[in-house]
Design a protein around this ligand. Structure first.
Ligand SMILES: [Fe+2]
Ligand SMILES: [Fe+2]
Length: 286
C-alpha cells in the first residue's frame, strides 16, 4: 500500500518548484547553495508524493472531495484562528530547517506590500495558503498540495513527472483522455474541474469576499502547467487570459519571497487585523 504522506514536510514540494523554476534574480551562489540543500532523499520523497498524486487525482475523486468539503461543515473559525491552526502543522523531523507556515504567509504579503500593490493583493499574499488546513482535517498530502491541473481531459506532458499519469484510471477512460475531454474549446476555467487541493478549497471559502484578480490568484496559484507552461490555453476564455496576468504577477512572491530578516509578526499584527476585517467576515466556515 502506497504511503499517503511520503514527504517529511508538505513544503518540500515547493523546493521542487524552485528547482524547476529557479528565481531569475538569485545570484549564482544562491542557486548553488539551493542545489546543495535539495538532498537526494528529499527528491525521492517528493517524487513519490507526485506518483501518488498523479495516480489518485481522477475526475471522480475531485467530485467526491467537492461533495465532502464544499459543505463547509468541518470547522467554523476566524481567519486568525485558521492561521494559528495552520501553524500547528510543523515539520517535526527537522525543526529548524523551514519557516513556519505563518512566516511564509507574512513574507509573501510583506514583499507584495513593499512593492506598493493594492491592499487586497497584500491580503491575498497573506491568506493564499490557508487552504492547507485540509492537512489538519486528515487529508493526505497528495490531496492538499502539489501542482494542480485539470481533470476530465488529457493530462499535459508539461505537468511535473507526466509519466506517473499512466496509472491514473482516467488515462484509459475515453471520456477523459482526449484534448478537450468533457469540455468544449475555450469554455472557461470556471467550468473546468482542477485536481483537488488547497487552492480550490480556499477559493470556495472566500469567493464572495475578494476582488476577482485576488480570487484567481488564490484559485490557480499552483496551476504551473498554465501560468508557467501555457499548456491549457485551449480551455480558457478571454476573461481567464486577462486574469492570469495577475496569477503570473503573484507567483514570484509566492516562490521567491524570503526576507533577510524575518518580518516581525507581533509588530505587523495590527496592520493585518485591520486589513482582514476590511474584507472578510469575523467568522469563516471551513
Ligand atoms: Fe499554495
Ligand atoms: Fe504559498
Amino acid at each position: 500500500m502506497a504511503n499517503d504522506n511520503p514527504m517529511d514536510n508538505i513544503d518540500d514540494w515547493e523546493d521542487n518548484l524552485k528547482e524547476r523554476y529557479p528565481d531569475p534574480e538569485a545570484t549564482k551562489k544562491e542557486k548553488e547553495e539551493f542545489r546543495n540543500y535539495v538532498d537526494s532523499e528529499r527528491v525521492d520523497t517528493v517524487k513519490e508524493f507526485y506518483r501518488v498524486n498523479h495516480i489518485n487525482q481522477t475526475y471522480r475523486f475531485v467530485c467526491e472531495k467537492e461533495k465532502e468539503f464544499l459543505k463547509f461543515d468541518k470547522k467554523e473559525m476566524s481567519l486568525w484562528d485558521a492561521v494559528d491552526f495552520l501553524n500547528t502543522l510543523v515539520d517535526d523531523s527537522d525543526p529548524d530547517i523551514d519557516l513556519d507556515q505563518f512566516q511564509h504567509l507574512l513574507q509573501t504579503s510583506e514583499a507584495i506590500r513593499a512593492d506598493g500593490h493594492p491592499d487586497w493583493f497584500v491580503l491575498t499574499g497573506f491568506i493564499h495558503d490557508l487552504g492547507k488546513v485540509l492537512c489538519l482535517f486528515g487529508e493526505p498530502q497528495w490531496a492538499v498540495v502539489g501542482d494542480t491541473f485539470p481533470v476530465g481531459c488529457k493530462f499535459s506532458d508539461t505537468i511535473v513527472y507526466p509519466e506517473f499519469f499512466e496509472n491514473n484510471p482516467d488515462t484509459n477512460d475515453d471520456r477523459y483522455n482526449t484534448k478537450f475531454g468533457i469540455y468544449t474549446p475555450n469554455c472557461g476555467l470556471d467550468k473546468v474541474k482542477m485536481s483537488w487541493g488547497h487552492d480550490e478549497y480556499l477559493y470556495q471559502i472566500l469567493k464572495n469576499h475578494l476582488p476577482e484578480p485576488a480570487l484567481y490568484m488564490i484559485r490557480y496559484h499552483s496551476f504551473y502547467a498554465q501560468h508557467r507552461e501555457n499548456a491549457y490555453a485551449h480551455l480558457m476564455n478571454e476573461k481567464d487570459i486577462e486574469m492570469f496576468e495577475w496569477v503570473k504577477k503573484f507567483n514570484p512572491y509566492d516562490l521567491y519571497s524570503k526576507a533577510p530578516v524575518e518580518p516581525d509578526a507581533k509588530a505587523l499584527r495590527p496592520y493585518y487585523e485591520e486589513l482582514v476585517s476590511k474584507y472578510l467576515p469575523s467568522s469563516l466556515k471551513f
